[in-house]
Design a binder for this molecule. Structure first.
Ligand code: DAH
Length: 339
């Protein structure tokens, strides 16, 4: 028996590994609950009295060399890990994180917001599900007014009337109801129209509405504001205002910018005229101010509204509106640099 223990001691002394699992197995085999050491201890009572001392010393030695071996091997394994950490080059460039890109509609919307923010406009928003009052009636479009047909509407329900707003002009009304002049606000948002989907039009799109109300606001202020805007956004400073009709403004106008006729594309998008229509505008009809409890004998104001898709399509030369809503990353990734 003692000889067997001596053999085990030799086995321990010559044991080596660089694998942590193997070391754990070695520990269990030798000093685990059912390992050799406890086995030899349990045999102790069977040993002849004259050999007990020698036997006891041998088991103790086996136990001690095993513990020492485990300590040693643990240390070398540990330093191996340390070495790996030291070999790790912290100055190496990290692998690139793939950045997403913003949608062209968001890019243009934010550009427009920034331009008006610089001249004191804040941003206001309203609900996409609107009532008849805010979308039509308060805007001087009473029930059965023929101009309601200008905007094919998705009606949700009658009594109380609910519909998907057809323009962001509804936010004008909400803003005027809740605020006192002077008012300078722009309202970006999604609008809906019951129209056939084609390369040029969609049943939902985005608009930005502008509203300015104070004492003595004149048509000249409107024109100057639009001139500033077109210079900032398009870098073009020639605009013209064509008389038009909107129920909520009087007088009303459509704004064209002179795009030029330098390239074939210019000819195509301006239909050979060099001029491009970009928005509707006008002086707010006094009825609209009165509907929102703003004293029309004291205050006047102007408003304008434009489609964001139309502007994005012009600036980025996008031919088909539908591609804006396809969520195709190959398309959207092209706008990474224009953020
Ligand atoms: N709401 C009009 C539309 O959707 C656009 C518009 C025209 C808004 C003139 C205005 C405005 O505020 O003054 O076609």
């Amino acid at each position: 028996m003692i000889e067997e223990i001596q053999n085990k001691i030799q086995q321990v002394l010559s044991f080596s590994t660089n694998n942590i699992d193997e070391l754990e197995k070695f520990r269990i085999d030798f000093i685990g609950k059912k390992g050799f050491v406890s086995h030899y201890f349990s045999e102790f009572k069977k040993v002849e009295p004259s050999k007990k001392k020698e036997y006891g010393l041998a088991i103790n030695e086996l136990k001690n060399v095993t513990l020492k071996k485990i300590e040693e091997l643990k240390e070398t394994l540990g330093t191996d890990v340390d070495k790996k950490v030291k070999d790790f080059d912290l100055t190496k460039p990290a692998s690139m994180i793939e950045l997403g890109s913003r949608h062209p509609i968001s890019i243009i919307r934010d550009k427009i917001i920034d331009i008006f923010y610089k001249i004191g406009f804040n941003v206001s928003e309203g609900p996409e599900i609107e009532d008849d009052w805010h979308n039509f009636t308060a805007l001087n479009l009473p029930m059965h007014h023929p101009a309601r047909d200008m905007q094919d509407t998705f009606f949700i329900k009658k009594d109380p009337d609910l519909l998907l707003r057809t323009h962001t002009s509804s936010v004008q009304i909400r803003h005027m109801e809740e605020n006192e002049p002077p008012i300078r606000t722009i309202s970006p948002g999604r609008v809906y129209r019951n129209e056939d989907i084609s390369a040029r039009s969609h049943c939902f799109f985005h608009q930005i509405e502008g509203l300015y109300i104070d004492e003595n606001v004149s048509f000249a202020d409107l024109k100057q504001t639009l001139l500033y805007f077109t210079k900032e956004l398009f870098g073009k400073s020639k605009i013209r205002l064509r008389p038009s009709y909107f129920p909520f403004t009087e007088p009303s106008a459509e704004v064209d910018i002179y795009w030029g006729l330098e390239s074939e594309t210019d000819y195509r998008i301006t239909k050979g005229t060099g001029w491009l229509e970009i928005m509707g505008c006008g002086m707010i009809d006094p009825n609209v101010l009165d509907n929102c409890k703003i004293d029309s004998s004291k205050y006047s104001g102007f408003a304008f509204g434009m489609g964001i898709e139309r502007i994005a399509m012009l600036l980025y030369q996008i031919e088909d509106i539908r591609i804006l809503y396809d969520n195709d990353v190959r398309f959207i990734n092209q706008f990474k640099d224009s953020i």
